[in-house]
Design a protein around this ligand. Structure first.
Ligand SMILES: Cc1cc2nc3c(=O)[nH]c(=O)nc-3n(C[C@H](O)[C@H](O)[C@H](O)COP(=O)(O)OP(=O)(O)OC[C@H]3O[C@@H](n4cnc5c(N)ncnc54)[C@H](O)[C@@H]3O)c2cc1C
Length: 322
């Protein structure tokens, strides 16, 4: 523990990369980007299906980009290439396989306070820290129990999906619709959503799911709640509140992610209404400790919003500290 970074960013998703690159472009040097996974953007890698269309205006939210990162509509693959390229073109140190456990501010007997960022077996020092760890590290789970015998048939991503199965997708947002429509090419698919319509989804996904339902490629189970799951000869028996149970080979929940409250609390970051408290510059209750990206949003943000948060933080740090 000897080098003092100017800026440490925790989580190399869109918001983390944007904070790093926009800071670099503002003239800030000595930036480290800490990522727990083996590569940047683990949310995009794990949760986006192959060739997924990536919308800049995700969930229909129109976002004007404030910074210098020019992000446009594309696919999962072009988006990952785009982030590879901007990381390669700006001198930002990316440390992968580095999971941050907590952050502590050190202000005792030093002229300039700094942060100690704890990773397995060691720590990193930095004058400013930005937390951009997203919400998908912990996807939302149902509040009923998933029996052990069927755990390998119940998931939160498309991992393990093969063709020829009867699959239930749970959720009614964009991710759930995209999963259902994609799976319907090779599987018998039902989508279960507690509301009566897919009004929360963006217009393209609303059109896609309406088409899939019209062509009987996806069977809708709308306005219905799931009460519990049971094992039936190793398959998943789904008990609904208002209709007869049905048995599936696989159930996929696409119901968003949760605020990483334990991480925030262990670092002293205050939380209110399911979000970390921050001001207009994304600074938390602790000076020089910021939050950006999905973690600041109650029900998930978007890539473009994360890019804008990164730009705002970079401007603020540059203005206040140089
Ligand atoms: C299925 C799906 C489809 C989507 N489609 C779109 C779309 O088309 N367009 C769009 O704009 N948005 C889309 N989104 C939303 C978008 O992916 C998110 O808004 C965006 O990824 C949030 O960026 P972020 O940087 O805040 O967090 P994330 O992308 O979640 O990145 C957080 C990073 O932090 C890392 N991390 C977590 N904990 C730690 C730790 N303790 N230490 C170190 N690293 C850590 C993670 O491994 C991850 O790499 C979609 C989301 C999903 C789930």
């Amino acid at each position: 523990m000897s080098h003092m970074y100017n800026l440490a960013i925790i989580g190399a998703g869109p918001a983390g990369i944007a904070t790093a690159v926009e800071s670099y472009l503002q003239g800030i040097r000595d930036i480290v980007l800490l990522e727990k996974d083996q590569n940047h953007n683990s949310t995009i890698r794990k949760y986006y299906k192959e060739n997924k269309r990536v919308d800049k205006d995700w969930k229909g939210q129109k976002v004007e980009l404030d910074g210098r990162i020019y992000f446009v509509d594309g696919t999962k693959e072009t988006t990952l290439d785009f982030f590879d390229e901007i990381l390669a073109n700006h001198s930002v140190e990316l440390k992968t396989h580095t999971e941050v456990q907590k952050i502590e501010k050190r202000e005792e007997s030093v002229k300039e306070p700094f942060f100690e960022v704890f990773v397995a077996g060691s720590s990193i020092m930095a004058k400013n820290v930005v937390v951009t760890i997203g919400r998908m590290g912990k996807p939302n789970k149902p509040d009923y129990k998933i029996p052990t015998e069927i755990k390998n048939r119940v998931g939160f991503t498309l991992d393990g999906c093969v063709g020829g199965e009867k699959v239930l997708v749970v959720g009614g947002g964009d991710s759930a619709i995209e999963y259902a429509v994609d799976l319907s090419a090779k599987n018998e698919v039902c989508i279960c959503y507690r509301r009566e319509s897919f009004r929360r989804a963006n217009p393209t996904n609303q059109r896609d799911i309406a088409n899939a339902i019209m062509h009987k490629e996806v069977e809708p189970i709308l306005g219905i709640d799931i009460v519990s799951l049971e094992s039936e000869d190793g398959r998943v028996k789904v008990i609904f509140n208002d209709i007869e149970p049905q048995t599936f080979d696989r159930v996929i929940y696409a119901i968003g992610g949760t605020t990483p409250s334990v991480f925030l609390a262990s670092s002293g970051i205050k939380e209110e209404d399911g979000k970390p408290v921050h001001d207009d510059n994304y600074e938390t209750n602790i000076k020089n400790l910021f939050v950006a990206g999905d973690i600041t949003q109650e029900s998930g943000g978007s890539i473009a919003l994360g890019l804008n948060h990164g730009y705002a933080i970079a401007c603020y740090i540059q203005k206040n500290q140089n």
